[in-house]
Design a protein around this ligand. Structure first.
Ligand SMILES: Cc1cc2nc3c(=O)[nH]c(=O)nc-3n(C[C@H](O)[C@H](O)[C@H](O)COP(=O)(O)OP(=O)(O)OC[C@H]3O[C@@H](n4cnc5c(N)ncnc54)[C@H](O)[C@@H]3O)c2cc1C
Length: 416
């Protein structure tokens, strides 16, 4: 039986990055890659912190040619409601960075990861499905559908929403659904996007354009499920006209490319993110609507936390409670991101006037109070960088005011 420090189950985006990071951290890794689900037409916006992580793994130079920077993100209220929020723009230059993040096609990102994994001596790639897992005090035994059995001291479940790893570890989940689907497509346009992403808030959910390299963009258009199916079946010319109208022709003439896909929206959170000798990452641990480009960024922070816990000293055996440590470490980030995406999505759907007032007031505040806007932007690119620094900013401001007052008082004494 082949033995490894770590087995990663599932070679989607989250599992592939995890396998690479654990191997680069000095661990022996087996990546169990089940059958690939159909062609993924989505794009992913990776934020500044995730790009830094990709660079640290030596992947960024390979990804950069396929990625477009997001330097400005604007929100436009596209509802016909009585109370409409003002347009708000967030510019990365305001917080001293070139771009909040970069947007790329999932298949380009996957191709870069596959190439890196094929060249990584610390990762053994096994094309098989994990049929059963058995935990004991020393590790986990994994039976594959190929007939092979593997042993690892620790298992990372990156096997998607219906994770067998999570189920076998006895961890249950909470699931919920939304009356929405995301129509996902890419389009070419005649006016350059200048690295601006525009999110229109509509009564059925957000309509979000995100730049791709050249004069192309991706679109996530959240509508009722039947409408998503209808839109996806339209002739490309008709769909292009609809997208252009919704975009208020900001990007000129639109030409939608073949391959529009519908993704039903739902939410899920595991009740624990790790336990004993197991951790669950990516959609095996958390899933929510594609609003604010959170999903994979959150998964990469799962991987960064695992790197800290499992690779700090790769010569030492992995502790039997490493999964519990991971669970405690990830709780606040995962729960707060899941809740904020949920609240934002529901606030768009709600026709309840006080909720609309709150949303409009929030956007008004963001538009007019620059320090608050900066905090939100910093928090968006890296959790903790914004709100985490709030007390320090407050102390600094109070300190400045106090020293200003003291200075004036002292100057006053001097004049006396
Ligand atoms: C429309 C849409 C847009 C999105 N946009 C963004 C964005 O802009 N930014 C962002 O950060 N996130 C975004 N996300 C979220 C992001 O795409 C997901 O978080 C990410 O793709 C999930 O990857 P995963 O690896 O966790 O899961 P999956 O992609 O589901 O991968 C799981 C893998 O595990 C394998 N597997 C399952 N069972 C087994 C088994 N028993 N043995 C072996 N293998 C197994 C499967 O074959 C699969 O390959 C978006 C999501 C949607 C729906």
């Amino acid at each position: 039986m082949r033995q490894f420090d770590i087995a990663v189950i599932g070679a989607g985006l989250a599992g592939s990055v995890a396998a690479l990071a654990m191997a680069r951290g000095g661990r022996s890794v087996v990546l169990v890659a089940g059958p690939r689900s159909g062609a993924d037409g989505r794009t992913t916006a990776l934020m500044d912190q995730s790009i830094g992580f990709m660079a640290r793994l030596g992947l960024w130079d390979e990804i950069a040619p396929f990625a477009a920077g997001l330097s400005t993100m604007q929100i436009i209220d596209g509802t016909k409601r009585l109370l409409r929020a003002p347009p708000v723009s967030f510019r990365s230059a305001e917080i001293g960075i070139d771009a909040f993040g970069y947007n790329m096609a999932n298949r380009d990102l996957m191709a870069v990861l596959e190439k890196a994994l094929a060249q990584e001596p610390g990762v053994s790639l096994v094309q098989a499905e994990a049929q059963s897992l058995a935990f004991d005090d020393g590790g986990v035994t994994i039976a594959l559908d190929s007939g092979e059995t593997l042993f690892a001291a620790f298992v990372i479940g990156a096997d998607g929403r219906n994770s067998k790893t999570r189920e076998t570890a006895g961890v249950s989940v909470r699931r919920w659904s939304y009356p929405q689907s995301a129509l996902v497509l890419n389009f070419a346009h005649t006016v350059p996007h200048h690295n601006v992403s525009t999110e229109f808030h509509t009564e059925t959910g957000p309509f979000t354009q995100v730049p791709l390299p050249g004069q192309r963009s991706s679109l996530v258009w959240v509508v009722e499920p039947a409408e998503a199916t209808r839109l996806a079946a339209l002739p490309l010319e008709e769909l292009s006209r609809l997208v252009e109208t919704r975009m208020q022709s900001l990007l000129g003439k639109v030409s939608v490319e073949e391959g529009a896909q519908c993704w039903p929206l739902s939410g899920m959170t595991a009740l624990r993110y790790g336990k004993g000798r197991a951790a669950f990452i990516g959609e095996a641990a958390h899933a929510f609507p594609p609003i604010g480009a959170q999903g994979l960024n959150l998964s990469l922070r799962d991987v960064m936390a695992l790197e800290d816990i499992l690779c700090a000293d790769p010569q030492r055996p992995i502790a039997a409670d490493a999964g519990d440590v991971f669970d405690r470490r990830r709780r606040v980030d995962v729960i707060s991101r899941t809740a904020s995406v949920d609240i934002l999505n529901r606030s768009l759907l709600s026709s309840f006037l006080p909720v609309q007032m709150l949303r409009a007031a929030g956007l008004h505040l963001l538009k007019s109070v620059a320090p608050l806007r900066h905090l939100v932007m910093r928090e968006g690119v890296e959790p903790g960088r914004g709100f985490g620094s709030f007390p320090a900013l407050l102390r600094e401001k109070i300190g400045r005011q106090a020293s200003g007052r003291n200075g004036k008082e002292q100057a006053g004494y001097g004049q006396d």
